[in-house]
Design a protein. Structure first.
Length: 206
């Protein structure tokens, strides 16, 4: 896909929606803005090919439900979720539901633009094996203790909970987290979740 692809922005906050539309139009994209997820779904087969950028928390249908409805209806259009109230469990749910990225507000404009380039140039399921191998290689850099900490993080545990589970101090957990981020080159927890899921590992539930 190219810059001619349409970016569908679903955001109930008017100022944020206008800001995103302006950013994307200035970057050369064709853009459609929607106040509610229901407005996008109502267009049915008239939705132009491209990518969807949707807020998670909105009145009525939320972004995760929108994603699941689209996938249940057979749509493979890439969808990027954005939120001001993200957490690990939400990121896990988004990635498992098929989101191509999960960005937490406030995010840099370049982060969204980079995510769009990746989404628009990847066919559904393309390079999945390669991505999985790259993710496994990244995780192989971690020590056994870092693997334990990462498993707890992806399970949605807080530093305090991880410390209690592993019988270490919260400060030691922070130390391991910093090393995990450095070794995987992840820019945040959502990216760590993506690496973990791509490597076909299961979050620890202990």
């Amino acid at each position: 896909m190219t810059r001619k692809s349409v970016i569908h922005v679903v955001e109930d906050d008017g100022a944020m929606r206008e800001s995103l539309v302006e950013l994307l139009e200035e970057s050369g994209y064709m853009v459609r803005g929607y106040r509610r997820a229901e407005e996008l779904l109502a267009r049915g087969t008239a939705i132009e090919p491209g990518c969807i950028v949707s807020d998670v928390r909105m009145p009525g249908m939320d972004g995760l439900t929108l994603l699941r409805r689209l996938r249940a209806g057979g749509s493979t259009m890439p969808l990027i979720l954005i939120t001001g109230h993200g957490d690990v469990s939400m990121a896990v749910a988004a990635m498992k539901a098929g989101a191509v990225d999960f960005l937490e507000k406030p995010f840099e404009a370049d982060a969204l633009l980079d995510a769009l380039v990746t989404a628009l140039h990847r066919s559904p399921g393309s390079d999945k094996a390669e991505d999985s191998e790259l993710s496994r290689q990244l995780l192989q850099k971690l020590t056994s203790r870092e693997h334990e900490v990462l498993g707890q993080l992806v399970a949605g545990k807080s530093n305090k909970e991880i410390a209690a589970q592993l019988n270490i101090s919260p400060r030691t957990v922070e130390f391991h987290r910093a090393h995990i981020m450095e070794k995987t080159a992840a820019k945040g927890l959502p990216e760590l979740v993506r690496i973990w899921l791509s490597a076909d590992l299961s979050p620890s539930t202990k």
